[in-house]
Design a protein around this ligand. Structure first.
Ligand SMILES: [Zn+2]
Length: 380
């Protein structure tokens, strides 16, 4: 429409244009601030992120500031650790009305599957329905934003890669689409400033958020709406600790990535990567039993030794394991030694090939306790 400002239609066409090395023409007006950031900074960051991308020209019909007097200070709600940590700080602990969250959002933008897959909307609504009671208990409105943007982004990359490369841009674009109502929007980051600094190369051409969250998100802004990156000031384990006594977290925490295989009545499978990451920190805090209503603790205990071995072996090479390891050490949680962890994975490798080490030798090398832990996990 003639009066609209097309800020929501800048980032995704930009990425696709950069991928296909085609200039972009937006047939409408956009924010001058957003346009300048795209031309001067954002394209440089995207080129650093992925070798698939090249700089392009972006043509617009003109510049305009969106109408309206936005009043909403928004944040996404997923009930994961990052999301709840942001809400805890920016809603529960924040008393400045200019910065306190007063509205929550849930986006259907492709994170739950392909647009043309009939299960995508079903899964999306299931997750929305998990989050809605938490929003109700907090006394905040939860607005679902439905879109068909994921009908397009999968034409560039397959599902998983499209989500990691463009899914964040889609979410930011959805926020910009709310520019007449939203004036600030907190983006809950999954990585700390330090982790982005040290481990961004492991996210290169893989995970736009892990590569660049801390300095990319602040560039996504117009004269009317500001995206604020929140959570980079903490390690993930620190966030878990901060929310671990919050009744909302104990009742609704849902970091789980698993689509299937969740125990009846629980929101978390308790054995996927995200669940294990969350639970090892809760275990280090000595608060596992406080989260019995959202996790299957028996399932976790069967997986925890393997996860601890993984944390020990990757503590110097992967951001998440580095964080988990330091947190466990700080809180005195017993971890296997690097040798024991190596033996564990060697034993697994041999076991699955029908070449188990003789019991007596293994017991002698790693000790009775760790031998029993290995035996337990391998027998499942
Ligand atoms: Zn899980």
């Amino acid at each position: 429409m003639k009066d609209d400002v097309y800020n929501a239609f800048v980032l995704v066409p930009l990425y696709i244009g950069m991928f296909y090395r085609e200039d972009v023409h937006i047939h409408g007006c956009v924010s001058k601030r957003l346009y300048k950031n795209v031309m001067n900074y954002i394209q440089r960051i995207l080129c650093d992120f992925s070798d698939d991308l090249s700089r392009v020209d972006v043509h617009v019909d003109g510049f305009k500031v969106a109408d309206g007097k936005p009043e909403i200070i928004g944040a996404g709600l997923s009930c994961g650790v990052d999301s709840l940590s942001t809400l805890y700080d920016r809603f529960v602990k924040e008393d400045d009305p200019d910065y306190r969250v007063n509205g929550l959002f849930f986006f259907n933008t492709g994170w739950h599957g392909d647009y043309y897959d009939e299960h995508t909307m079903k899964l999306c609504m299931e997750i929305y329905n998990i989050n809605k009671p938490a929003a109700d208990e907090l006394g905040l409105p939860l607005c679902m934003v439905d879109s068909n943007i994921h009908a397009f982004i999968y034409k560039v990359y397959p599902l998983g890669k499209a989500v990691r490369h463009m899914g964040y841009l889609v979410n930011y674009s959805c926020v910009l689409g709310l520019q007449k109502g939203v004036k600030k929007y907190y983006v809950a980051s999954g990585r700390s400033y330090e982790a982005i600094k040290l481990y961004s190369q492991s996210a290169h051409d893989h995970d736009l958020s892990g590569f660049t969250d801390s300095y990319f998100v602040p560039l996504v802004r117009t004269e009317k709406i500001e995206l604020i990156i929140d959570g980079c000031q903490y390690e993930r384990t620190q966030k878990t600790e901060r929310i671990s006594d919050w009744d909302i977290a104990r009742k609704y925490l849902s970091p789980c990535d698993a689509v299937l295989g969740k125990p009846e009545g629980l929101h978390n499978c308790s054995k996927c990567y995200k669940c294990l990451r969350t639970l090892i920190a809760i275990e280090a805090l000595g608060k596992l039993e406080d989260f019995f209503s959202v996790f299957d603790l028996d399932t976790y205990r069967k997986q925890s030794f393997m996860n601890k071995c993984d944390v020990v072996l990757k503590r110097n090479s992967e951001a998440h394991q580095h964080d988990d390891y330091n947190f466990c050490i700080k809180h005195g949680l017993k971890l296997p030694s690097p040798f024991q962890a190596s033996m564990y994975f060697l034993s697994r490798w041999l076991w699955y090939r029908g070449l188990a080490l003789p019991k007596k030798i293994l017991r002698k090398i790693i000790g009775d306790k760790f031998y029993d832990a290995i035996k337990h996990t391998l027998k499942r």
